[in-house]
Design a protein around this ligand. Structure first.
Ligand SMILES: [Zn+2]
Length: 86
């Protein structure tokens, strides 16, 4: 039997539809019995939708820029600065 903490671990996979058939059946069985996990899944599904929505585009660009800067500075530290194309 699926426990609440088991469900918390696979909840996002359940929302994304990435669980196996047996796993998603046991999640659905648990959700039928457990009101807490129903509202947990509901909240998670809502925030997942919000993250996929229009308002996140700018924040994503910022995060990508930050990662890109970190990667390029790491590359510069690793390589000697004497290469061509400066
Ligand atoms: Zn539960």
């Amino acid at each position: 039997m699926l426990m609440c903490r088991d469900l918390a671990g696979i909840a996002s996979d359940y929302i994304d539809g990435e669980l196996s058939f047996g796993q998603s059946v046991s999640v659905k069985m648990h959700l039928m019995m457990c009101k807490d996990c129903r509202s947990f899944i509901g909240n998670l599904r809502m925030s997942t939708r919000l993250m996929q929505g229009h308002s996140s585009a700018q924040a994503d660009d910022e995060v990508i820029d930050r990662i890109r800067q970190r990667v390029s500075s790491a590359l510069q530290e690793r390589q000697p600065p004497s290469g061509p194309g400066q």
